[in-house]
Design a protein around this ligand. Structure first.
Ligand code: SME
Length: 150
């Protein structure tokens, strides 16, 4: 097993973390967790909008999503992660790719619990996100929230 943490300047950092590209390094790591993760991106919460930061996958037209809209905006409005096994069941779903069948949105919070943004994952496979996927992505979201650069 590789080490879970590396020690740099007396601070424990997750192995995926790259100090000059914190968000991008998280996206790359999450994208590598499963072949079913076909699109992985981070939206940053700025005021009443989610703005798309680094991502891997096909370009999305949804680069600025109002809080309350789509699966992503709903996560912020309801202050709750969203695990959508079949995106066709969501009336307010914003299509990024016609191939997308399931979606996981995990909120990134600071140590006080304030929402900083979210990790958004799309899969071409229905129901791609089970408890172990949720757990893995939540771990990264928590680590990123603690190391948030802004
Ligand atoms: N499906 C999201 C929009 C973002 S794309 O998936 C990249 C939503 O409904 O909010």
């Amino acid at each position: 097993m590789p080490p879970k943490k590396v020690r740099i300047a007396s601070q424990d950092l997750p192995v995926w973390f790259h100090p000059t590209a914190p968000l991008g390094s998280a996206v790359r790591y999450v994208a590598g967790l499963s072949a079913r993760f076909n699109w992985v991106g981070i939206y940053v919460l700025r005021g009443k909008f989610l703005e798309l930061g680094p991502y891997l996958g096909a370009p999305s037209e949804h680069t600025r999503i109002p809080v309350g809209r789509g699966v992503c905006g709903t996560a912020v409005a309801e202050n709750a992660d969203q695990n959508v096994a079949d995106v066709r069941e969501r009336e307010n779903y914003l299509a990024c790719s016609l191939e997308t069948r399931s979606e996981l949105v995990v909120l990134i919070r600071d140590r006080q619990g304030e929402i900083l943004g979210q990790i958004d994952i799309d899969s071409h496979t229905p129901g791609a996100f089970g408890p172990s996927e949720e757990e893995q992505v939540r771990k990264v979201a928590q680590e990123l929230g603690e190391l948030w650069p802004e």
